[in-house]
Ligand binder design. Structure first.
Ligand code: ATP
Length: 234
């Protein structure tokens, strides 16, 4: 059984339909990437899984149990943590207080604590008493990832963590992923950066206009197929 599964998932903003029957699975310990252009529906998919967009029952399952109709805080309590697009740090809180907010949301024992997050991103320890918003974009992204890890999630959802960051900074952030995997977390990364997605993921889903247009292991997908699934066939 998949750890997380969406089946025939749809989502609407008012009358506008943003997702059309999305099927996605995430196995325990797996890292899956969701790629697609602006507006393809990637964020809407993440928001649907994390409960920010309420779903009708039957569409989202964690460990085989229906979670799609639960409120976001309940889904978080069950172990689905989100690193939101744009980081969304608490501006009045220090780095350490931001990290502790993640702990506050789900108090379970596991590999992640302030100590292990500081080992993962040592710069955050140096900056721990500064306001999160005083940090560089890359460091803020580290806080956002660390905050999600502090809840010891079973599923970590990362929405466009490379957005707006320099390549060298993106590399530093993705360097943390092998360690995150080692702890047993299962991960979905949403990326516009196809190369980065291919490097980190066991499987890739490509989306266009609210639908999954292609999925598979990076080594079984050709550049041409990805190009067509991403931009549409010419
Ligand atoms: P991006 O890379 O821009 O985040 P995305 O693949 O994550 O793109 P979504 O943000 O999920 O795409 O958007 C999917 C579609 O839903 C787009 O057409 C977008 O304009 C629309 N949309 C997103 N949020 C809203 C909203 N709050 N109200 C109305 N339409 C929305």
């Amino acid at each position: 059984m998949a750890l997380l599964e969406t089946r025939d998932l749809t989502a609407f903003y008012g009358d506008f339909q943003a997702l059309f029957g999305v099927d996605l699975t995430l196995q325990e310990g797996e890292t899956v990437a969701v790629i697609g252009a602006n507006g393809a529906g990637k964020t809407t998919l993440m928001r649907s899984v994390s409960g920010l967009i309420r779903q009708t029952p039957g569409m989202v399952r964690l460990d085989g149990r229906e979670i799609g109709a639960l409120p976001a805080d309940e889904i978080m309590a069950q172990g689905v943590a989100m690193v939101p697009e744009g980081r969304k740090l608490f501006p009045s809180l220090s780095v350490e207080e931001n990290l502790l907010m993640g702990r506050h949301r789900r108090k379970v024992n596991g590999p992640w604590s302030l100590d292990s997050v500081y080992r993962l991103f040592p710069i955050l320890k140096e900056r721990r008493n500064q306001p999160g918003t005083a940090l560089s974009g890359g460091q803020q992204q580290m806080v956002s990832i660390g905050r999600a890890l502090m809840s010891n999630p079973r599923v970590l959802l990362c929405d466009e963590i490379s957005l707006g960051l320099a390549p060298v900074v993106i590399r530093d952030i993705y360097a943390a992923f092998p360690r995150i995997r080692e702890t047993g977390a299962s991960v979905i990364v949403v990326e516009q950066d196809i190369g980065q997605a291919m490097k980190v993921a066991d499987r890739v889903y490509c989306m266009m206009e609210g639908r999954v247009t292609l999925s598979g292991r990076p080594d079984e997908l050709s550049r041409e197929a990805i190009h067509d699934a991403y931009f549409g066939a010419a």
